[in-house]
Design a protein around this ligand. Structure first.
Ligand code: MN
Length: 433
């Protein structure tokens, strides 16, 4: 079941935290979870973003009741794994309790000491990521990439039955802002039968994805039924699955991506909860005529009606030269998260169907989300047709793949008439040689 809306989604609600009102990212209707430390001292601990401020959850635990108070106390840890593992009801209680505190002027004097200016804080990974799995749900991306790697056979016959994925690397996931070091590795020989090259990747790319955070885990051997899958998802963030295409082209057969994608992945710092996203849920787009229906374990009527997300994502580039000249970042693409061929719940049900246990803080990547419209390409390899058609930036610079000094910035935003729009923050990083 997807979450219902409640008083915390009231578009008219105002907070006494003035910067929150009309805030493009973090109005009081959002309240995303993260981990922060104040620059003037103090341990890393759980917080919620509210306008330009961060609320220290442990500090206000005494002002909450019942489950909300327990949740706030659990958020006092340097990672949120234990809190997320409690499941969705505790997160709902925490959100509702905090919303009441932040919208009630009479509570201001009690809550204010627990607020820190975000600019005076350092953000940390919100969870310890035990496992990271990257899927391939963007069917337009899968078709585009398939055409480049296998022109005669772009989409393999399993694609419409199996949510394709691979087990990624969790140790190299970093928060937005951390520099990305260009990887070296074996690169595809220039001609068929030749020797591979070795050296820094010359075809370094980004992938626009969303990250799905697992909340409550499941026991080994006990699959999560599709109808319960939503209750195991804590929230989502923006994910950049950096990819070295020349390394990928040489290594990906027969077992899939390895070093081409394990050197670094960037995640936005705030977990936007399933509660916050309740107003923005959307029907899963109908499959094209002729496509098979999902197998029973992947099909749930409620999930088909409500399992997608009405979120718009954008990718920007700011080269070193652009930043030095004070130029605005240039938008490379924009597109909806509904480009997913499979829903988040289907990914959870599929991942666990053989008995694999998911754990709190595990990360599932959606795969690159390309819209299928021009200007909706989620990676450079698509934008430049495999590097054959360089793109020209407004200042005259050209790019086929990323160069040292390039900064890639991803943003995402949930919008729906009648509701306050919320942002997912940003996922950015600079490439260094
Ligand atoms: Mn990917």
């Amino acid at each position: 079941m997807t979450k219902a809306t409640d008083f915390t989604h009231d578009a008219e609600a105002i907070s006494w935290v003035e910067s929150a009102n009309g805030h493009p990212q973090f109005p009081v209707q959002n309240l995303p979870l993260g981990v922060f430390s104040a620059n003037n001292g103090g341990e890393a601990r759980g917080g919620m973003a509210i306008g330009d401020m961060i609320l220290d959850l442990k500090e206000i635990a005494g002002l909450l009741e019942g489950d909300g108070a327990s949740a706030a106390r659990m958020a006092g840890e340097p990672t949120l794994n234990a809190l997320l593992d409690q499941g969705p009801d505790l997160l709902t209680a925490l959100r509702q309790g905090v919303f009441k505190l932040l919208t009630d002027k009479d509570k201001k004097d009690y809550v204010e000491p627990a607020l820190h200016a975000a600019e005076d804080c350092h953000l940390h990974m919100p969870v310890t990521v035990g496992d990271y799995t990257d899927f391939y749900t963007g069917i337009h991306h899968a078709t585009n990439i398939g055409s480049l790697f296998r022109p005669d056979n772009p989409l393999l016959p399993n694609y419409k039955y199996v949510p394709i994925g691979y087990h990624g690397r969790s140790s190299s996931i970093r928060l937005s802002g951390a520099e990305v070091k260009r990887p070296s590795g074996q690169k595809k020989p220039a001609e068929e039968g030749g020797k591979p090259g070795f050296g820094p990747s010359e075809r370094l790319d980004y992938e626009l994805e969303m990250g799905i955070w697992i909340g409550e885990g499941n026991a080994l051997g006990e699959p999560i039924p599709i109808g319960e899958a939503e209750r195991h998802i804590a929230g989502i963030s923006i994910l950049n699955d950096w990819s070295a295409r020349d390394i990928q082209a040489w290594e990906y057969q027969p077992l899939g991506p390895f070093l081409a994608k394990n050197f670094h992945s960037t995640i936005s710092p705030w977990i936007v909860t399933m509660d916050a996203l309740a107003p923005f849920r959307a029907a899963q787009p109908a499959r094209p005529d002729g496509d098979p229906a999902p197998l029973d374990y992947l099909f749930d009527e409620e999930d088909q009606e409500n399992g997608a997300f009405g979120i718009v994502m954008d990718v920007y580039i700011a080269t070193k030269q652009m930043r030095e000249n004070g130029d605005e970042p240039h938008r490379l693409s924009t597109g909806p998260m509904t480009a997913m061929y499979w829903t988040a719940a289907q990914l959870v049900a599929h991942h666990s169907v053989g008995g694999c246990n998911l754990r709190s803080g595990d990360l599932l990547g959606t795969g690159t989300l390309t819209s299928g419209e021009e200007g909706g390409e989620g990676s450079l390899i698509e934008l430049t047709e495999g590097g054959k058609s360089p793109l020209t930036l407004p200042n005259g610079e050209t790019r086929t793949f990323l160069e040292d000094g390039d900064e890639v910035i991803m943003t995402a935003r949930a919008q729906k008439d009648g509701f306050a729009s919320i942002g997912l923050g940003e996922c950015r990083a600079v490439i260094v040689g």
